[in-house]
Design a protein around this ligand. Structure first.
Ligand code: HSE
Length: 434
């Protein structure tokens, strides 16, 4: 059988990794795919002498790949929303299957892209868009297809996890660790995407769609970054038996779907609380399988290439099949997607860690307790630290039971208005994941 011809658009970290692994493991890969996979064209903006590309057509125009009649599959690795969207739509229009690692593209324009792909009978595969080398898309879309999925929770940004880990374990500064993550090629072109939770929200949006069978709705995801976390809260969390992780949580409730990324206290004895460095992990809770955990490298050259090539193999195996009988892009048949709404953050439910800086006066604790109890907020535990020498204040740390976010916000407003409370109350969500 003649080889499948592939065009790689973008020869950066992931493109380079894909090229290398395709060459190195060519035989193993074609034994799996059933056909040889030939890189027939590469679009790159600058020459890359480190890659042996003799015999491969090189262009600086990605659209030349999308319109090349010899190319069967376009691998989109240019990133971003704009050119990538045009490129993918052009490739689809030209009847090509697409493999992409672009989470932003899928989260923001996926509905449009999948509709177009369906119209043209082509596949758009995106395993590498979520959690790098972990085959979690395939696991949820295929391996867990018997389940009603209750929730998904994941550490899905390697850069953020690397920063939190280094800060906690080595006391390094935020900026110092971020610079290292950038040098290692983990961070996004705009690192605020990593530290403000946007990158994680892109990935969570995709996970929620394939877990619950809803359209992609990135614009409704709630994001809160890790830039305001203090060492004091990291240490208090430790003292209470928790780790702080930047967690993406998607939960299906009768009222709607929670879709949120924020710093989160997780009990330190959970496996996921011990996922450190650039590693990612995704927990999926289904009614039949119970909790499952998928762990691995969430970023980097070859881990991400591993997922790109797995998609490539899937496409090669399925490209001659009837388009109506393939695995649906979003796991559920496109006509069966549900309109279950995404909940605003005020309607989401969580337990909370609160740190209140109180003046060392009698009665403050009683006032705090009454504000919480008036709003039906149940205190799980309370820890009062010694008076801080520099300001005479007492940090008061409370853990609550689960409560609606709007009730905790209301309580925080009342707490901050108390005379005995100094400055803003620190609020971090807590998830027990059990
Ligand atoms: N910037 C991302 C991360 C890369 O740090 O996880 C992988 O998507």
């Amino acid at each position: 059988m003649k080889p499948v011809k592939v065009g790689i658009c973008g020869l950066g970290t992931v493109g380079g990794g894909t090229f290398n692994v395709l060459q190195r493991n060519a035989e193993e890969i074609s034994r799996r795919a059933g056909r040889e996979i030939e890189v027939a064209q590469i679009a790159t903006r600058s020459p890359k002498p480190q890659f042996e590309t003799t015999g491969i057509a090189i262009t600086n125009d990605v659209f030349a790949v999308a319109t090349n009649p010899d190319i069967d599959i376009v691998i989109e690795l240019v990133g971003g929303y704009t050119v990538a969207r045009e490129l993918v739509l052009k490739a689809i229009e030209n009847g090509k299957h697409v493999v992409t690692a672009n989470k932003a593209l899928i989260a923001v324009h996926g509905n449009e892209i999948f509709a177009k792909a369906r119209e043209k009978g082509v596949i758009v595969a995106f395993e590498a868009a979520v959690a790098g080398g972990i085959p979690v898309i395939k696991a949820i879309r295929e391996g867990l297809s018997a389940n009603r999925i209750n929730w998904v929770a994941g550490i899905i940004n390697g850069t953020g996890n690397f920063i939190l880990t280094e800060m906690r374990e080595k006391g390094r500064t935020f900026d110092d660790v971020l610079a290292e993550a950038q040098a290692l090629g983990y961070a996004e072109a705009d690192p605020t995407f990593d530290v403000e939770g946007i990158d994680a929200a892109h990935k969570l949006t995709i996970l929620a769609s394939i877990a619950f069978g809803v359209p992609l709705q990135f614009d409704k995801a709630y994001t809160e970054g890790i830039t305001k976390l203090t060492t004091a809260d990291v240490n208090y969390a430790e003292a209470l038996g928790y780790r702080i992780k930047h967690l993406g949580v998607a939960r299906s409730t009768p009222a709607g779907i929670e879709l949120r990324v924020h710093p989160t206290l997780i009990p330190a004895d959970r496996l996921i609380a011990n996922v450190n460095g650039v590693m990612n992990a995704v927990m999926v809770n289904g009614d039949a399988a119970g909790s499952t955990l998928f762990y691995g490298a969430g970023a980097g050259m070859e881990p991400t290439a591993s997922s790109v090539i797995a998609d490539l193999v899937d496409v090669v195996r399925a490209m001659t099949s009837d388009p109506e009988n393939r695995v649906p892009h979003l796991a559920f048949q496109p006509d069966s997607l549900s309109a279950h709404p995404i909940l605003p953050i005020e309607a989401c439910e969580s337990a909370y860690y609160l740190r209140i800086q109180a003046q060392d006066h009698p009665g403050v604790l009683a006032q705090v307790a009454s504000i919480l109890s008036e709003r039906g907020i149940n205190i799980e535990s309370i820890m009062q630290k010694e008076v801080e020498e520099q300001n005479g204040q007492v940090p008061m740390i409370l853990l609550t039971h689960r409560v609606l976010e709007q009730h905790i916000n209301d309580a925080i407003r009342a707490l901050e208005a108390l005379q005995g409370v100094v400055g803003p109350v620190v609020r971090i969500r807590v998830e027990h994941l059990n």
